[in-house]
Design a protein around this ligand. Structure first.
Ligand code: ZN
Length: 327
């Protein structure tokens, strides 16, 4: 007997035989009976841990943000082409969910957090880095160093909570010098278009009160033993990746070298609306993804699906993100 794929579900609903079984209903029970546990509505705080040489790396699920998908999201590509790639990736085509994953690196002598997420300055579906950290057995007060890749809100705002308190009270805060020069310039903030003013004000809110304590690094600096700042500019003027090396093993935290790799690794020429210097961002993306593909280098992205770590394969004119095996 042949049966169309669609009819499996139809016959199941009608109580007939189906490969996809309908829930068993015991004789005498009513369909309306409650399950023995309520619908939870949320997942537990999530972390994922792996070794890199002597280092222990922990990916922290900060959360996500869902936005409607419009023609302006990818500036140089028609909306229907973007939607085609989403459909092929089994994703909705009318909206886009962007994931956030911060990285915690324990070098043995320093506990280093790379990017903070929003803390309580974002929305209901994000701000969970501290909860994820606590689930991993670590308190914010144990963090020695916070490294910031760039000053966009989803990476920086969680340094300080909404009430204005520093979330990692014992940590040295280290930021890219070029990023500081751009965003902390009062004259540039005053001259910025209205739509950009909020971004500047957000940066100043977080970094101005203890500006003297914020350490600025240059590209090429080994900011913490085993962690080196790499020029990944284009997404923002000072956007920085971090090369992490221990015991002969290497990886790179690439922050926003791509927004979601589903779209922008596959199509590295696509210009996402968040790339401030779009041509430079495209060149940086290709340089870093080419290097990762050639060297079989493990990458961690900020905007890939959790745990956001894996490898890059060349694929036609673009690249394919291959998640690392869960272990
Ligand atoms: Zn981002």
């Amino acid at each position: 007997m042949t049966q169309s794929r669609r009819s499996f579900f139809i016959s199941a609903a009608a109580g007939g035989t189906a490969l996809v079984a309908a829930p068993a209903i015991l004789p005498g029970t009513r369909r309306e009976a409650l399950a023995r546990a309520p619908i939870a509505g949320t997942s537990a705080p999530a972390f994922y841990r792996f070794k890199l040489g002597e280092f222990e790396v922990t990916a922290l699920h900060e959360g996500e943000f869902t936005r409607p998908l419009d023609a302006g999201f990818v500036r140089n590509t028609p909306l229907d082409e973007v939607q085609k790639v989403l459909a092929e990736s089994f994703l909705p085509t009318d909206r886009l969910t962007i994931s956030f994953t911060a990285l915690l690196v324990n070098t043995g002598s320093k506990l280093v957090l790379i990017d903070t997420g929003f803390n309580d300055n974002g929305g209901p579906t994000n701000g969970r880095a501290v909860a994820a950290m606590k689930a991993a057995g670590i308190e914010p007060g144990q963090v020695d160093t916070v490294l910031i890749s760039h000053f966009h809100a989803d990476h920086l705002q969680g340094l300080r909570n909404k009430a204005g308190q520093i979330v990692y009270p014992n940590a040295e805060i280290m930021v890219p010098e070029q990023e500081w020069a751009f965003w902390m310039d009062d004259a540039r903030m005053a001259a910025a278009p209205e739509a950009m003013k909020g971004a500047f004000q957000g940066v100043h809110r977080v970094l101005k009160p203890n500006a003297a304590d914020v350490k600025r690094f240059k590209w090429g600096d080994e900011v913490v033993t085993g962690i080196t700042a790499i020029d990944a500019s284009g997404h923002t003027p000072g956007h920085t990746a971090f090369a992490i090396v221990s015991g002969g093993q290497r990886m790179m935290y690439v922050a926003d070298v791509t927004n979601t790799p589903v779209l922008f690794a596959r199509n590295p020429d696509w210009k996402v609306m968040f790339d401030m210097e779009a041509d430079k961002a495209v060149a940086t993306r290709k340089r870093i993804l080419d290097m990762a593909a050639a060297d079989k280098l493990r990458l961690s992205f900020y905007h890939a699906s959790f745990p956001a770590t894996g490898f890059i394969a060349k694929d036609g004119g673009g690249y394919r993100f291959v998640p690392a095996q869960w272990s």
